[in-house]
Write a protein that binds this ligand. Structure first.
Ligand code: UTP
Length: 292
């Protein structure tokens, strides 16, 4: 069955970015000139997703507005003859792509956020994209690489990357036969293990393709790491019933939920931006010379 629906959990508090995220959603923070959530939506749409399901909260209205039309802005741009900008604003969502919004009443964890979208997904496989993981897959996006594996295996697929042993406490970590990577069946998965308890150094990043069975499993798990309903724990249960694959995707991930990752993404995307790259490189060289 084709994957045409994607869930975007955007109801977290973004505490690592306070005070910036007090009134503005973390997912609306721009990397150069596009908000993080738009990069994730573009990745999903280019991989064949046509229904976008956002799991939001009361402080995330800006996301809904971003994907809606803005009549006042559009007529203003027309009056001023700014047709290039008009096209940019009008094409944020391509034709044939629809959006649905559902509220997560309080941030009870990623597993709970995904479960909130159950009524929209029904009995279909679906993708999950965390916008704060910005992934530059180069020629083929991370989600497209995962779709290819899904098409071949007809199983759930989780994106992973190699992480430092000291970093395991920040990730879901998979137990896999490392000799089979970049694609291997997951034997086990643990949320935020201590380095000495981690089953490997492959950490889960914010891209999943999941079978709908996961919804029932989320309903039956109890609070896990951090007192939250963890998607990782539901996947661990799913493994007992069916195969789930880990894909070590090709590309570069920026953890834009952290300040350092966000700054790195801004640098990398500015340095490849067609209008900015040259001037920005100059400025950067100037800064670095001053610091020497
Ligand atoms: P994070 O844990 O990275 O984001 O969740 P956060 O909680 O917003 O940020 P910090 O840790 O306080 O700085 C990953 C993604 O899952 C969503 C978040 O919005 C983010 O996009 N999420 C997380 C939910 O939608 N609901 C939750 O209950 C938890």
């Amino acid at each position: 069955m084709k994957v045409t629906k994607a869930i975007f959990p955007v109801a977290g508090l973004g505490t690592r970015f306070l005070p910036a995220t007090k009134a503005n959603p973390k997912e609306m923070m721009p990397v150069v000139d596009k908000p993080l959530i738009q990069y994730a939506v573009e990745e999903a749409v280019s991989a064949g997703i046509t229904q976008l399901i956002f799991v939001t909260s009361s402080s995330k209205r800006a996301i809904e507005d971003h994907f809606d039309s803005n009549f006042e802005l559009e007529s203003n741009l027309i009056e001023r003859g700014k047709f290039e900008l008009l096209e940019i604003v009008r094409n944020i969502l391509p034709e044939g792509v629809s959006c649905a919004y559902i509220r997560q009443k309080s941030p009870q964890g990623l597993g709970h956020a995904v479960w909130c979208a159950k009524e929209f997904v029904l009995n279909e496989p679906f993708a999950v994209l965390l916008a704060d993981d910005l992934i530059d897959g180069g020629k083929k996006s991370c989600l497209q690489q995962m779709m290819d594996v899904y098409q071949q295996t007809n199983t759930s697929v989780v994106a992973v990357e190699k992480i430092a042993q000291t970093e395991t406490k920040k990730y879901g970590v998979v137990d896999v036969d490392v000799t089979k990577m970049p694609i291997a069946v997951i034997r086990g998965i643990v949320e935020k293990p201590q380095p000495d308890k981690a089953p490997s150094n492959y950490g889960v990043v914010g891209r999943y393709i999941l079978k709908p069975r996961i919804f029932d499993l989320i309903e039956n798990i109890s609070q896990g790491s951090g007192g939250e309903i963890q998607l990782t724990d539901a996947i661990e249960t799913l493994l007992k019933e069916e195969e789930v694959y880990a894909l070590q995707f090709k590309g570069k991930r920026y953890d834009c939920g952290s300040k350092l990752g966000y700054l790195e993404a801004t640098l990398a995307y500015a340095l490849k931006h067609p209008e900015l790259a040259q001037d920005f490189k100059h400025s950067l060289q100037g800064f670095l010379e001053c610091m020497e």
